[in-house]
Design a protein around this ligand. Structure first.
Ligand code: BJW
Length: 230
C-alpha cells in the first residue's frame, strides 16, 4: 500500500469561492501582511485583525467543498490512514468533504485560543467584541491560526509522515511560505515520488519530479483515479 502525504494550500479552495492570498484578487489586497498575519500586527491593532478573521469565519457558511476536496476524501475511504492531508488552509472544507486524517498546520478559523490560559476552543462567532474564554473567563481570545514567526502545528507528526511517504502531492500552494515549502525536499530525500498540481508553476516547482498545471477541481480527481488504478 502506498503511503501518501498531500499538502494543500489556498488554491484547493479557490474553486469553492475562498480567495487565495497572493493572487491579484487575493485576501491580502488592501492589507499589509505584517498587519494581519503577524503577532506584532495583532498587538498593534487587534480590531483590524479580529475583523479580518471574523469576516473570513462568517464567509465559511457560504462556501462548499469542491471536486478536489471530495476526491481526497473518497481516496481516504479506500486508503484509510495511509493517506494524510496536511493543509495550510484554515477553512474546514476538507472535513466537510469527509476527510478525517487532516492536519491543519496553520490552525483553524473555527477555533479560538485563549492568550491567558492557552485553551483552544471551538468557535463559530465573532471575536471583535472580546468575548470571555469559556474556560478561564479572561477576555483575551485570538483566532487559533499560525502567523509569521510562530511555530506551525504538529511538525513532528508531519516530519514522520514525510519520511515514510512513497508519494508526496502538493496542491494549490505558491511554495512561498516555510516550512511547508520545504516538505517536497524532505519527502524526496526519503524516497517519495513528488508531484505538484497548481494553476501555475510554484516557487518550488523545480523540486518536484513532475508538475501538472490546471485547476485543482480537475487535476486532483484525475490523480486520485490514477492512484486507485495503480
Ligand atoms: C490554484 C487554483 C486552482 C489558484 N487550482 N491551484 C526567509 C527564508 C525562509 C523562511 C523564512 C524567511 N524569513 C522568515 C521565514 C519563515 C516564515 C516564511 O516562510 N516567510 C516567507 C515570507 C519567506 N515562516 C514562518 O514564519 C512560519 N513559522 C516558522 O517558520 O516557524 C519556525 C520553524 C522553524 C523550523 C521548522 C518549523 C518552523 C509560519 C508561517 C505561517 C503562515 N501563516 C499564513 C496565515 C495563516 C492564517 C490565515 O489563513 O490568515 O498562512 S500566511 C499564508 O500563506 C497562509 C497560507 O497558509 C500560507 C501559504 O499560502 P498558500 O496556501 O500557498 O496561498 P497562495 O495564495 O500563496 O498561493 C495559492 C496558489 O494556488 C497559487 O500558486 C495559485 O496559482 C494557485 N491556485 N487557484 C490550483 N483553482
Amino acid at each position: 500500500m502506498p503511503q501518501i502525504v498531500v499538502l494543500t494550500g489556498a488554491g484547493i479552495s479557490a474553486e469553492s469561492g475562498v480567495p487565495t492570498f497572493r493572487d491579484s484578487d487575493g485576501l491580502w489586497v488592501g492589507h499589509h501582511i505584517d498587519d494581519v498575519a503577524t503577532p506584532e500586527g495583532f498587538e498593534r491593532d487587534r480590531s483590524l485583525v479580529q475583523r479580518f478573521y471574523d469576516a473570513r469565519r462568517a464567509s465559511l457558511s457560504g462556501v462548499e467543498p469542491n471536486a478536489a476536496h471530495r476526491a481526497l476524501a473518497e481516496l481516504e475511504e479506500t486508503m484509510g490512514e495511509a493517506l494524510l492531508v496536511v493543509t495550510q488552509n484554515i477553512d474546514d472544507l476538507h472535513e466537510r468533504a469527509g476527510s478525517r486524517n487532516v492536519i491543519h498546520m496553520h490552525g483553524e478559523l473555527l477555533k479560538a485560543r485563549c492568550r491567558a490560559c492557552g485553551a483552544v476552543v471551538p468557535w463559530q462567532g465573532p471575536l471583535i467584541d472580546e468575548p470571555a474564554c469559556p474556560l478561564c473567563g479572561t477576555h483575551d481570545l485570538r483566532p487559533d491560526v499560525v502567523w509569521f514567526g510562530e511555530m506551525p502545528y504538529e511538525m513532528e507528526r508531519i516530519a514522520d509522515a514525510l519520511s515514510q511517504a512513497t508519494h508526496f502531492l502538493s496542491v494549490g500552494t505558491s511554495g512561498a511560505v516555510y516550512p511547508a515549502a520545504g516538505f517536497v525536499q524532505h519527502a524526496r530525500r526519503h524516497g517519495a515520488r513528488t508531484l505538484e498540481l497548481n494553476l501555475e508553476p510554484s516557487e518550488g516547482s523545480h523540486f518536484f519530479h513532475e508538475s501538472r498545471l490546471g485547476p485543482a477541481g480537475e487535476l486532483v480527481p484525475q490523480w486520485a483515479r490514477e492512484i486507485l488504478w495503480s
